[in-house]
Design a protein around this ligand. Structure first.
Ligand code: BDP
Length: 604
């Protein structure tokens, strides 16, 4: 799905602004025909999460209704206009002028509907959206899980199966768009480098194959143009750039690519995008960018801010990217869901290496079989939506199909992870097979991602105790590790020793590159101590220092993503003081903690 664009042939109208809003705690709106218009509404901002705006919406789980009016320019009424939501969390049902136009399940990913036949060309139109954010075990991410996997560690409210606040609403921009009669429906770009030649392969899809197509790549006044192809005969174009300027972290050079559609020799549509010429491959225990080994330094992040919640906050996105540069990071993971498209456009420009993740956090494999099947279907849909959205970004180097899927018998496996557990062959149990259905679930997702895009490695972030057989099918292993916090807090010497043994064990079994995709300790700003004390800024710093020191001794450890970039809002529980996860290098308002200054020294 192409990002909406305005040019000589295409038009957009962004509907962001103040909309009408009403909660529906009794769920009476559907019967009460609220889809024709809502009464007694109050204002809300689109995009934003509804939670931080009113006292009664803060912890609200249920249904909320949105409404706005819009006009469609008369020049648009030609059967090619659409309505695109960049993200609605969690489930959206959409009506225009009282007519149902569609539904979409799952946050953080875009969806769109054709407008034709639904809109008036002479008067205003009423758009009504019912948003529902119930926490259910058969959703992704899941919530209200019976004997919830997360409650092993903490009873939390609202009852998510994951550690961040379930913000809800129309949380990213809403677009009306208009396309010309003959238009591009997709452009897929892959690049490679062969003997100093940059190959740019473009697959073009159009709504009409009685058209022709050509592509132009330009930079600094130079341009390369392909010959024109008939889309009836082929839909792929390859352009060659001699001695290309490659996209890299230190020089994220972007070329302008424009794809044109012509009909009877006349241009009828075009689409522009910025592309980076680069290659990514795995060789032995290394990830190679343009043939050179890379090391990832950075964080897992969250889209989380005061007042807007998880709603799109572009000033904060810019600020976060600047702080990532300041601290010397070259990489991040979109933990635990796809970030805004604008975030990735910036990553392309800034040269960040992004691990792009679907919202599959808190997956578990016990409970009702039907729920497991539903979750699998949703994850598969999310992988496809994510790859279709993000595949043209040079910054995206890997797909992550889950965060911490919980192996069956999690509690028992975790107990063996305590540093005090020192029996011989402590990690052998990781090589034992687990429930084959769970393994099949994981392999289905990895295979899907590979099939949709065979140019990028696939991975997932593995919790303590993840069986080796789940790691067998990833290209790069990502491990979330908390030795020295949840596992042997304060006992840093023993913790790092156990981590070292485990890393050697896993590498020995798999021979794949390993990234520690999470490691962190809570550091409450202003909490200090001369001795090693949990929750102090000193302990947080020391924790990260020990992991960084260990990483220097392991060749196969090719990346460290500290958890987490900044403090973020999570559910209420005894372990989350003030409703915050405080493992951030920065506070929630982006002030550096002691450990941020330390990481800056190490990473620069
Ligand atoms: C990890 C989870 C992450 C949590 C983190 C923590 O992947 O979402 O926020 O633990 O406890 O296991 O801080």
């Amino acid at each position: 799905m192409l990002y909406p664009q305005q040019n000589n042939y295409r038009d957009i109208n962004i509907l962001d602004g103040i909309w009408k809003f009403k909660l529906d705690p009794e769920n009476i709106g559907l019967k009460g025909n609220w889809h024709n218009g809502i009464n007694n509404s109050r204002p809300i901002v689109v995009p934003s999460s509804w939670n931080e705006l009113y006292p009664d919406t803060t912890d609200y789980i249920g249904v909320g209704w949105y409404e706005c009016d819009f006009f469609v320019p008369t020049s648009w009424i030609s059967n090619n206009s659409g309505l695109r939501f960049s993200s609605v969390t969690y489930k959206a049902t959409v009506w225009i002028n009282g007519n149902l136009i569609g539904t979409h399940e799952g946050g953080h990913l875009p969806f769109e509907f054709q407008l034709d036949n639904f809109v008036n060309d002479d008067k205003s139109n009423k758009l009504v959206v019912r948003v529902e954010n119930e926490l259910k075990p058969d959703r992704v991410p899941p919530g209200n899980v019976e004997g919830g996997s997360l409650s092993i560690f903490m009873e939390n409210i609202p009852r998510t199966n994951y550690d961040f606040f379930p913000y809800a609403g129309i949380d990213r921009s809403v677009y009306l768009y208009h396309l010309p009669e003959f238009h591009l429906t997709d452009v897929i770009v892959t690049t490679s480098i062969v003997n100093d030649i940059g190959l740019v392969e473009i697959i073009v899809k159009s709504n009409n194959d009685e058209t022709n197509c050509y592509a132009l790549i330009s930079s600094d006044g130079d341009s390369i143009k392909s010959s024109s192809i008939s889309l009836k005969e082929q839909n792929n174009i390859t352009l060659k750039i001699n001695n290309p300027k490659l996209w890299s972290c230190s020089d994220p050079f972007l070329y302008q690519l424009t794809v044109f559609i012509t009909k009877n020799g006349k241009i009828v549509d075009s689409y522009q995008l910025e592309i980076g010429v680069r290659s990514i491959e795995i060789k032995g225990h290394q990830i190679l960018l343009n043939g050179e080994p890379i090391e990832l330094k950075g964080f897992g992040r969250h889209e989380d801010s005061f007042i807007t919640g998880r709603g799109q906050n572009l000033p904060q996105t810019i600020k976060d990217h600047n702080l990532l540069k300041w601290i010397g990071a070259n990489s991040y993971r979109t933990a635990h869901y796809p970030y805004s498209e604008e975030d990735l456009f910036l990553a392309d420009k800034h040269g960040f290496l992004v691990v792009d993740e679907i919202p599959a956090v808190g997956l578990f494999f016990d409970g009702k079989e039907k729920d497991i099947e539903t979750r699998l279907d949703i994850c598969r849909k999310q992988i496809s939506e994510l790859i279709n959205r993000d595949r043209n970004h040079p910054s995206v180097i890997m797909w992550s199909i889950a965060n911490e899927p919980f192996p069956p018998d999690l509690l028992n496996r975790m107990q063996r992870m305590q540093p005090q557990e020192t029996s011989d062959n402590i990690f052998n149990f990781l090589s034992e097979p687990v429930d084959p259905n769970a393994t099949k679930f994981m392999n289905t997702l990895l295979t899907d991602a590979k099939k949709l895009d065979n140019t990028r490695p696939v991975t997932f972030a593995a919790v303590h105790g993840t069986p080796i057989e789940w790691l067998d099918n990833v290209d790069v292993i990502m491990l979330n590790r908390y030795y020295g916090w949840y596992f042997g807090g304060v006992m840093l010497d023993e913790a790092v020793q156990k981590l070292s043994i485990e890393l050697d064990y896993i590498y020995g079994k798999t021979k794949k590159p390993i990234i520690i995709s999470e490691f962190g300790a809570e550091g409450m700003t202003g909490s200090h101590s001369v001795s090693q004390e949990l929750y102090t800024e000193e302990y947080q710093l020391e924790f990260w220092k020990r992991y960084l020191d260990l990483a220097e001794q392991k060749d196969f450890l090719i990346g460290l993503h500290a958890w987490v970039f900044a403090d973020f809002r999570t559910t209420h529980s005894l372990k989350r003081i003030s409703g915050l996860n405080q493992k951030g290098a920065f506070t929630r308002d982006r002030k550096p903690k002691m450990a941020a200054h330390y990481l800056k020294k190490r990473w620069n």
